[in-house]
Design a binder for this molecule. Structure first.
Ligand code: SF4
Ligand code: SF4
Length: 126
């Protein structure tokens, strides 16, 4: 392989890594502000034991999907997503699953990272 082919390969590899991996860490360094677009409430929302108990305790039933692992979705959106005068909200704001409280920020190998599926994380490549 000649020198220019190696350089091109290295550049392509770096771009691929940036797009699919490092970008999440770099973008997480900026201050994040939720735009309340509600897009993340269309994703699959995994719940843990504590989440389930907390929501049940508040009197809710039938909020899990068939596998009992995720929140139930209606028309592709979380069944707790509300829409009032064009503004999205969460019916269980104070007791929502842990993952909803922290999304789109989580911990990764290189520290804080942002989930690029969030539409307001400035990572609009897709
Ligand atoms: S997708 Fe991002 S900006 Fe939109 S509501 Fe979720 S966290 Fe907020
Ligand atoms: S529980 Fe609330 S924040 Fe979490 S996905 Fe459902 S509507 Fe969105």
């Amino acid at each position: 392989m000649n020198k220019s082919a190696i350089i091109i390969n290295v550049i392509i590899t770096l771009i691929v890594y940036y797009v699919f991996y490092f970008r999440e860490f770099i973008l997480a360094r900026k201050e994040f502000k939720c735009a309340r677009c509600g897009k993340c409430c269309s994703l699959r929302v995994k719940v843990n034991k504590e989440d389930i108990e907390r929501i049940k305790k508040a009197g809710y039933e039938d909020f899990l999907d068939k596998k009992n692992k995720n929140l139930k979705r209606i028309n592709g959106r979380c069944r707790f997503l509300t829409l009032k005068n064009g503004v999205t909200g969460c019916e269980i704001q104070d007791i929502k699953p842990k993952i909803c409280k922290t999304f789109p920020i989580s911990k990764g190998l290189f520290g804080k990272k942002i989930d690029i599926r969030c539409k307001n994380c400035s990572g609009k490549l897709f």
